[in-house]
Design a binder for this molecule. Sequence first.
Ligand code: SF4
Length: 333
Amino acid sequence: MSDQVLLDIQNLSVGYLTRRGMAQAVQNVNLQIKKNEIVGIVGESGCGKSTLANAVMRLLPDGAYITEGSIKLEDTDIVTLSGETLRKFRWQEIAMVFQGAMNVLNPVKTVGSQFQHLLMAHNNAMTKAQALERAKELLRLVRIDENRLNSYAHELSGGMRQRIVIAMAIALNPKLVILDEPTTALDVIVQRSILAQIVKLKEEFGFSIMFISHDFNLVAEISNRVAVMYAGRMIELGSSTGKWGEHVHHPYTKGLIRAVPQLRATDTDEVIGIPGSLPSLLSLPEGCKFHPRCSFAKDICKLQSPPIQVIDEIQMECHLSPEELRDLNHARG
Ligand code: SF4
């Protein structure tokens, strides 16, 4: 992994205009992804992680707006791109793999013709035969027989379809690949196999990955750093995943870790959910957005936004002192 920053997100806010006002789905997010780095983004459904990814890809739905901040890929200011420049930029520079491959693949076209369309749309000089050769090469990379170029999506297993979508994502040698819950619909063994394949491709071709998931185990397995989002804010960033469970974490992150069964759990480890649910984006609480659900909230948490502090190289937004956070992580294990 290089120290060079590839993606630089500064103070980014994204809102959805609703009949009841602007819902702030992403608030003042700062994040850098280095070349060849995997950054995982985790949080409950609705925390803003997919909105963040869609903003980077400039694929926000109607009614959603970048209200503040900047997103740069090397020297390119993504927020200001438009028209043909934006169309070329997507997939060539940043590609995205969505959750449901069935929704991405065209059901009435063969896999081969979809590869040809993608490759030729981004390279006017490419012939059909050249596109077909490139498609075969891409299928080999994701360990799928080239005969599958003649198949339709419904003739393939879920795992095969997702591998094909991954092959399409890397077809134009992008610098950054965004994976938005790429394996959620698949069984655990296929998930692991596909993720191992993605990491291998990243090593071979040198792209960076933004990996979005609600599944801590998966994120911890493959990411170099992890960002945790809550109610649109990045409330923790920087965990070195090799020692994920041993680090001091934000109270919300600690709650998320305890809410999913751990791979190396002992008989005495309990799985405990976080009480309550995410607040409405239209009426976020004052102070720390997590305070109504936090067992450690103090009076100040209800009144003032928490400061950013760095503990053991992990950045987190919390009013607790480093000593209090260490005690809480030690006590709650
Ligand atoms: Fe809990 Fe307060 Fe920290 Fe928010 S700032 S996570 S409410 S202790």
